[in-house]
Design a protein around this ligand. Structure first.
Ligand SMILES: [Zn+2]
Ligand SMILES: [Zn+2]
Length: 327
């Protein structure tokens, strides 16, 4: 510290490495926000850091709503970003034209102040950032009128954002150098765009796999059929074999979402799982009822036998019946 041009270091504030993953940044942010919250920490320097930590995250994170189709292909969008940019009047120095910063009287330019406390261990010397110059070591005697001495002004600008194929709800895309300009005109931080996926009407997503449910009339499930299934890649022909049961899952390989690796590369695509639900008619007219009755007679199913085994029974009911009968 001790330099008025020091950047507001996003990673430094959070105490993470500059190549930290978004998850790590999120954890560090939550931990700090909890530790420094004014409700639990009454130390004035903690309150200052709390404001710094929270301000840095609200300002540099933008949420973007995407449809499943947009997550599939990736998308480029112009975002109106409201951030702090370099003040044109003072070019970031914060000083009125023709004036200069002065060394801070309170800390003598060191940027930190020391307090000495007596304890049973002897004298304890603690340092904290100078409250007068906020650790910068310099003060501005005659602040710039446009930015009030901050070196930055709020500005709305358009940023072209490229969201890669395969993103999912909650993922963050980092745009290096597109965030806030640092205090005193320091280098800009990064901008994060967080994806908010709009739920799809037909497909539900599980990582890179998609799931959907098709309802099949009882007759089609029994006789077999071919369905024209709309997928994200267009209409696919899906052959349903005769005798298909409720709960059957058909997998269409490679018809899911792109597998986006942490390196940012796409490694193939997931699958589309089609869940079949066989629908039994609830309303039958006289002729249909008559036909089904005849079918039941032909199949010997007028009085279904639960002990017969069958696909789901496995004869369990017959064993249960035998046990009961033996008493
Ligand atoms: Zn200015
Ligand atoms: Zn100072």
């Amino acid at each position: 510290m001790g330099n008025a041009r020091v950047a507001r270091d996003y990673y430094g504030i959070l105490g993470v490495a500059s190549d930290a993953e978004p998850d790590e940044i999120k954890r560090a942010y939550r931990r700090l926000a909890r530790e420094l919250h004014p409700d639990v920490n009454s130390d004035p320097s903690a309150q200052e850091r709390f404001a710094e930590v929270t301000a840095e995250i609200d300002d540099a994170l933008i949420r973007m709503q995407l449809t499943l189709e947009e997550c599939l292909t990736g998308v480029t969008r112009d975002l109106a970003v409201d951030t702090a940019v370099l003040c044109s009047e003072c070019t970031g120095s914060g000083c009125a034209p023709g004036t200069k910063p002065a060394i801070c009287d309170i800390c003598g330019g060191r940027g930190e102040v020391q307090t000495v406390q007596r304890s049973f261990l002897g004298q304890v010397v603690t340092s904290r950032p100078c409250p007068t110059c906020r650790g910068l070591g310099e003060v501005i005697p005659d602040p710039c009128r446009q930015c009030g001495g901050d070196g930055r002004v709020r500005s709305r600008r358009n940023v072209g954002v490229r969201i890669p194929a395969g993103v999912a709800d909650g993922m963050r895309v980092r745009l290096a150098g597109q965030g806030e300009v640092g205090a005193g005109g320091g280098p800009a931080g990064d901008l994060y765009v967080e994806v908010e996926e709009i739920p799809h009407e037909v497909f539900t997503r599980d990582g890179s796999d998609l799931h959907c449910t098709v309802s099949l009339p009882m007759t089609a499930a029994a006789l077999g059929t071919t369905l024209a299934l709309p997928t994200l890649d267009g209409v696919e022909e899906l052959t349903v074999e005769a005798g298909t049961q409720t709960g059957t899952v058909r997998t269409l390989r490679g018809k899911g979402m792109p597998r986006l690796r942490s390196t940012g590369r796409v490694d193939g695509r997931g699958d589309l799982m089609v869940h079949v639900e066989v629908v039994v008619p609830t309303k039958l007219d006289k002729e249909q009822t008559e036909l089904l009755r005849r079918l039941a007679v032909l199949r010997g199913e007028e009085q279904p036998d639960l002990g017969a085994g069958g696909r789901n029974g496995h004869g369990l009911f017959s064993r249960l019946r035998d046990t009961l009968g033996g008493r």
